[in-house]
Write a protein of this length. Structure first.
Length: 144
């Protein structure tokens, strides 16, 4: 994902941060990713949707330009469903223009690029839209 923040630190323009996150209720897979790559960190949260307490959720995440790009390049050959997101992440992190003085604001062309990439990633990651293994997979057989 690419997150957008419009507040804090006296910003004149929004901040766009790349982030790769894996979340599940089984910690074994999360620990495998962490131990195999050496990237990121693991957090533990309690799912409180609908006002109730559900299972514990373990989250592994990376959120720096260098690590997101490196991880996306590393896993790209193994992906099936998330290939477009990984390619977009690699492109975004490769092209990102680091500002020397971020409080001065980001130039309009760079801001436009970041917003465009944010929107593209958002569309690819839209919730409530089943992601099928292939166009031939029957509708309703979503990857969860």
């Amino acid at each position: 994902m690419i997150t957008r923040s419009t507040s804090g630190y006296g910003r004149k323009t929004p901040s766009y941060t790349p982030r790769i996150k894996i979340a599940m209720t089984d910690i074994e897979a999360i620990e495998y990713v962490f131990e195999s790559t050496g990237f990121g960190k693991i957090n533990k949260e309690v799912d409180r949707r609908d006002g109730g307490i559900r299972k514990v959720i373990y989250q592994w995440q990376v959120h720096s330009l260098e690590k997101c790009k490196e991880f996306a390049e590393l896993i790209l050959p193994y992906l099936v469903v998330k290939i477009p997101q990984a390619k977009l992440m690699i492109e975004y992190c490769s092209r990102f223009c680091i500002q020397n003085k971020c409080m001065d604001g980001v130039p309009k062309d760079e801001r436009s690029y970041r917003e465009d990439m944010y929107e593209k990633m958002h569309k690819l990651n839209m919730r409530n839209r089943p992601q099928r293994l292939s166009p031939k997979a029957p509708r309703g057989d979503a990857i969860v």
